[in-house]
Design a protein. Structure first.
Length: 292
């Protein structure tokens, strides 16, 4: 028969064991985390706030601070082509370059001797008032040595498109152009999708009326996939930048006229790397010539 004092003894032992466990936890750091409060845990796990990420572009990922535009920096690789319906121009006349003030002084006599250079597209203007300080020298000298020349405007979505158009017309003389005008579109500048699209459409329409031909739109592959999926843009020729070893594919399976595959090509007469592009899908220089 069980002693009537047994339950009291067992209860006392359980109580004593609990007190000992708590005492050990207070003095042994191995048990510390088991008994700390939620507030203490939150305090210990709090991390310093990371800075907000900057808006890099596909084309120019490491030169965020460069102003006014930003040259790309991806590794130069020979382009490879996937098994999609692609016909790449072969032989002389399949590649060309684009340049700006970032290239500094250019020896155009040497550039004209480089067999890689079928055409040159150079930066002329940006936004409502910026003019590339090498533009007028570059276009004069490139023409002097017989190169096919075109000009591009760097688009700023937060600036009135009419003001940007006026800047283009003040500086890009249609009579000096061998190649269709180009609008370089890389940034939204923080405006909404609808405003970005409507302003760019207005600028393209003004350029079309003034030059009598639709401009070429230059942009990155990822930027195209995000902002140019509408059927409206199918009427324009696109020049796609993607510094990869594989031929870029657009989400809507559209063809594009040129692929800028590197910014580190070496060209006679230019110090350092330079952007180089090649014709795609059977296109040739005939498809980008400006016919006045």
């Amino acid at each position: 028969m069980m002693n009537s004092n047994c339950p009291k003894i067992i209860l006392a032992l359980v109580l004593l064991l609990s007190i000992c466990t708590i005492a050990v936890a207070q003095y042994n750091p191995r048990f510390e985390n088991r008994y700390e409060t939620n507030d203490k845990k939150k305090k210990k796990s709090k991390k310093s706030k990371l800075p907000e990420p900057v808006e890099f572009t596909e084309i120019s990922p490491t030169n965020y601070a460069a102003n006014p535009d930003r040259p790309g920096t991806d590794l130069q690789q020979p382009p490879l082509f996937n098994n999609r319906r692609v016909v790449v121009a072969s032989g002389p006349g399949r590649t060309g370059i684009d340049i700006s003030h970032y290239q500094g002084y250019i020896n155009w006599a040497e550039v004209a001797r480089d067999p890689q250079v079928t055409f040159v597209i150079m930066k002329a203007t940006e936004s409502s008032d910026f003019v590339d300080d090498r533009y007028h020298f570059n276009i004069r000298e490139a023409h002097r040595y017989g190169l096919k020349v075109g000009s591009y405007h760097f688009y700023r979505a937060h600036v009135d498109p009419e003001l940007q158009f006026r800047n283009m017309m003040r500086n890009i003389d249609p009579q000096q152009q061998d190649i269709l005008p180009v609008i370089d579109v890389e940034l939204t500048n923080g405006v909404s999708y609808d405003l970005f699209v409507s302003r760019l459409q207005r600028l393209c329409e003004m350029v079309t009326r003034a030059y009598g031909a639709k401009p070429i739109i230059y942009t990155g592959r990822n930027f195209y996939n995000k902002y140019f999926q509408s059927y409206y843009w199918n009427q324009y020729k696109f020049w796609i930048a993607a510094y990869t070893t594989n031929q870029p594919v657009l989400n809507n399976d559209q063809d594009y006229i040129m692929w800028q595959f590197t910014d580190k090509s070496r060209v006679q007469g230019i110090k350092g790397g330079v952007d180089m592009s090649r014709f795609m899908f059977g296109h040739t220089i005939e498809d980008i010539l400006y016919r006045r």
